[in-house]
Design a protein around this ligand. Structure first.
Ligand SMILES: NC(=O)c1ccc[n+]([C@@H]2O[C@H](COP(=O)([O-])OP(=O)(O)OC[C@H]3O[C@@H](n4cnc5c(N)ncnc54)[C@H](O)[C@@H]3O)[C@@H](O)[C@H]2O)c1
Length: 95
């Protein structure tokens, strides 16, 4: 039985596709993202595509208290995928 996964940066480009794949494989997914370079709208689009809505916490991964709250509210989390990063340039931008 698939377990619960927390995806750091699950609203970002790579993270959102990963979240979609996990939900389609019946994992429960919790997203942690500070939304610095993404939007809550991504969660709506994920739900539109697969019919499942991941929980989203707008939390910076350097915020220990914020992360503690996420894990306290989801004691079933047993794995983490970390994609949070600041990009220098956009993958799809051509010079
Ligand atoms: N996009 C690509 O083609 C590609 C290819 C190979 C590797 N990568 C790597 O994958 C990772 C993610 O890339 P991406 O293209 O999805 O970037 P992205 O900017 O679309 O996603 C990164 C996400 O991290 C979030 N974030 C940044 N700092 C944070 C913090 N301190 N706390 C919480 N959330 C934070 C941003 O809000 C954003 O949603 C990067 O390390 C990148 O180098 C990307």
């Amino acid at each position: 039985m698939p377990s619960t996964n927390v995806s750091c940066s699950g609203t970002g480009y790579i993270g959102s596709f990963t979240v979609l794949a996990l939900l389609e494989a019946d994992y429960k997914v919790v997203i942690v993202d500070n939304l610095y370079n993404s939007s809550e709208e991504t969660v709506n689009r994920i739900e539109l595509i697969c019919g499942k809505r991941p929980d989203l916490y707008q939390v910076d991964i350097t915020d220990e208290a914020g992360l503690d709250k996420v894990f306290k509210e989801h004691p079933d989390i047993d794995s983490v995928i970390h994609f949070a990063a600041l990009k220098v340039s956009d993958t799809c931008t051509w010079a």
